[in-house]
Design a binder for this molecule. Sequence first.
Ligand code: EPU
Length: 426
Amino acid sequence: MDKFIIRGGAVLDGTVQVSGSKNSSLPILAATLLTREPCVIRRVPDLSDTNYMTQILAQLGAAVERASGTVEIRAEKVKHVAPYELVRKMRASICVLGPLFGRLGKCTISVPGGCVIGDRPIDIHLRGLQELGATIETKAGDMHIKRGRARSGNAAHGGREINMRGKHGPTVLGTGNLMMAAVLTKGTTVIEGAAAEPEVEDLADFLAKMGARIEGAGSRRIIIQGVKELHGAEHTVIPDRIEAGTFLVAGALAGRKVTLKKANHHHLAAVISKLRESGFEIDATAREITVHGRPSWKGGTITTEPYPGFPTDMQAQFCALYALAEGVSAVTEMIFPERFMHLPELKRMGASVTREGATAIITGVPSLSAAPVMASDLRASAALVLAALRAEGSTEINRVYHIDRGYEHIDEKLTQLGAAIERVQV
Ligand code: EPU
């Protein structure tokens, strides 16, 4: 189990390249199960989560070859049982559900267990599949899902309409699962209350390259005409907007001038707007974003929302930024109201934070001090790395495997920018 030792105070300066999106890669890799023909996916980040996904595909019978960022998959024959030992390691393995159901009309997969960022039910995924005609039986921790007769739907909009709205807003992987199930289901499926995240649009783009007929991805209403079969395709995943956002905060907190290459600023509008409100100068061009650091900055108010609102996956990183800001900030988490594992660790470093339900009230302090801290989940860990970059002394961050799930070579990239960060094998 590795740990990071970060000596605070180094000034970040320079350029770093954004990796391909983790949260696009996972469903897109799963979507290759929809065809027996070969698929090539490029710019897949080298992360433990993408490795789990390729292992799951291999276990399901696909031939998988991976060379740096390019993954070639040929799922000539596919088994319908997703192995528990791998599935339990990653919640996102739920995204094989849609493709297995779409291609084989059946799927057995374990019910996902608890998650550190809060209760993460899959009721909406299942409701969507039921509307597509699935029957679901749960036995000994496994869900056995089989295709029955799909509703033909109402003639007014020419298809079956499936409402995916949940009490915390739309579901990203649920929308992906339903799209992947519906592309090979006869007739027209209309998904209402769909997630509009760029990762959903990226998946739809890949499915369209495979021959799927999808309209409206990136909006709240997606219309899918089922086709008989899909063919192989090549695709390059979009830049990781959360990795990019995290490096923008690093540049803001501890940088002089940090430029992100191969980034898409359109996907980061809410994050960039909050950084500007704090006083940071940001230049954005078609493929690059530059943030200029400053000695002091203002706090702010954030409420996480579905895209295009402020992303929950950037909430922890902004808590680190606001810990050192002028004034009092308020950060409200509306997607996963318990996603505040980073707060007690930030407090160990001297942050002044209180919690009122789903809101963190952060009173900025002039400096943070190094302390041994524990990474708890991916984005909480990123927040600790950010705080450590600016803390006085050397911060030891344990359990960095959480960070390795979602940030490709983060220690190397930060070193390239001038950070004093060391990975130590314990
Ligand atoms: N929800 C339900 N029922 C469902 C599905 C979701 O009530 O059947 C609720 C969730 O509990 C949550 C809200 O709906 O309150 C939204 O969850 P969503 O389903 O959108 O989350 P997800 O698709 O499982 C993806 C990302 C997460 C990201 C969320 C929200 C991947 C692999 N994961 O999860 O990313 O936080 O969308 O944007 O795409 C991360 O990268 O650190 C991460 C956790």
